[in-house]
Design a protein around this ligand. Structure first.
Ligand code: SF4
Length: 148
């Protein structure tokens, strides 16, 4: 069960940070006992953002990470590869969407959007705390067919 969690809250330039108080979200996440490091990062998907995560995983011996950023459609695979490059099980990474599902959806409610981001990140952390690492399996296929 993961015990050393890293949390990264992306600014996406102003796409997220103009609405969501990302520093407050990271500060709130840092209060969870299992969270070893919580940072706000300007562009999590940039080379620098990815390098920061890989270095933290190795240097701080993190056993899982949460990235709060855009839709997982865009960058879930990016951050799974970050985990793999740091020799972490790629399924011990949780993607939290605070852009499409938060900052873009609540542009006229900064306080509410920040509160929602805190909750979403908190749920991501809780999901990891209760997670076990998954491992891909190979399943032999049969050429038989069942019609129901
Ligand atoms: S990870 Fe997503 S939210 Fe963050 S900078 Fe890249 S595109 Fe923007």
């Amino acid at each position: 069960m993961p015990e050393r969690i890293g949390v990264y809250v992306c600014w996406c330039g102003g796409n997220i940070a103009d609405i969501v108080d990302v520093k407050d979200v990271a500060k709130h996440a840092a209060e969870v006992p299992e969270v070893v490091v919580a940072k706000d990062v300007m562009f999590a998907c940039s080379d620098e953002g990815q390098r920061t995560m890989v270095e933290d995983i190795k240097n701080l011996k993190l056993d899982c990470i949460v990235v709060a950023s855009c839709s997982p459609v865009l960058h879930e695979q990016t951050f799974r590869r970050v985990a793999e490059r740091a020799n972490l099980n790629k399924y011990l990474y949780v993607h939290v969407n605070i852009r499409e599902q938060d900052s873009w959806a609540h542009q006229h409610d900064r306080k509410g959007a920040t509160e929602k981001a805190r909750e979403l990140v908190g749920m991501g952390i809780e999901k990891l705390v209760k997670s076990s690492p998954l491992n891909p399996i190979r399943v032999e296929l049969s050429s038989k067919v069942l019609v129901v």
